[in-house]
Design a protein around this ligand. Structure first.
Ligand code: GRF
Length: 187
């Protein structure tokens, strides 16, 4: 693709979604290129993927969220970023940030939104004896896990499902769903 959408991925942890986005973006027909990775955790395991694939990355402390956001906006402008993908980013971006960034911000959440917003999703799903769970890619709005839904994948819960097995199962689908959602936006 001639003009790929310059994308920044925000992470806080393992970065498996980050890696799958990098892999998809390495295909020249995929609409985005990952131009920057930002972590709010110094030792986030996902940073290793930025290093492995030679992608610029920044760590900014999020102790003071307004300072973190200011630094991000400067860096994002420098790198001409036109899409932000949150991938296991554990902080809530302010309304101000969302408004200041004029382009799309996407998030992936491990549930069938609008059900089970917030943390400890799998634990709550199992406690409620749900038959299905899944994952959702959505636009980020000023309310937590509430923006317009791009795509969802429904996943069946097995009989002896544990929190860990469900997490692993859904994560595999997340990796596919995130790339598919991006494709559907920029087709
Ligand atoms: C994923 O389950 C994602 O849906 C949630 O946090 C997890 C991040 O996993 N927001 P990883 O860091 O991409 O491996």
């Amino acid at each position: 693709m001639e003009h790929k959408v310059r994308t920044c991925v925000f992470i806080s942890g393992n970065g498996s979604n980050l890696e799958s986005l990098i892999k998809s973006s390495n295909n020249y027909r995929f609409p985005t290129e990952i131009s920057l990775v930002i972590s709010n955790k110094k030792n986030a395991r996902g940073i290793k993927f930025a290093i492995k694939y030679g992608i610029a990355f920044k760590y900014f402390s999020s102790k003071k969220m307004n300072v973190f956001e200011k630094k991000c906006l400067i860096e994002i402008k420098k790198k001409k970023i036109k899409l932000i993908c949150l991938a296991g980013f554990m902080k809530i971006l302010s309304n101000n940030f969302i408004k200041s960034f004029k382009y799309k911000i996407l998030n992936i959440h491990p549930s069938l939104l609008p059900k089970y917003k917030g943390l400890n999703t799998h634990q709550r799903v199992l406690k409620n004896k749900e038959k299905y769970s899944g994952c959702t890619v959505h636009l980020v709005s000023d309310k937590l896990d509430s923006g317009k839904i791009i795509l969802q994948k429904k996943v069946m819960i097995s009989k002896n499902e544990t929190e860990l097995s469900l997490k692993k199962k859904i994560l595999k689908f997340e990796h596919k769903l995130y790339s598919k959602s991006i494709k559907s936006i920029y087709k």
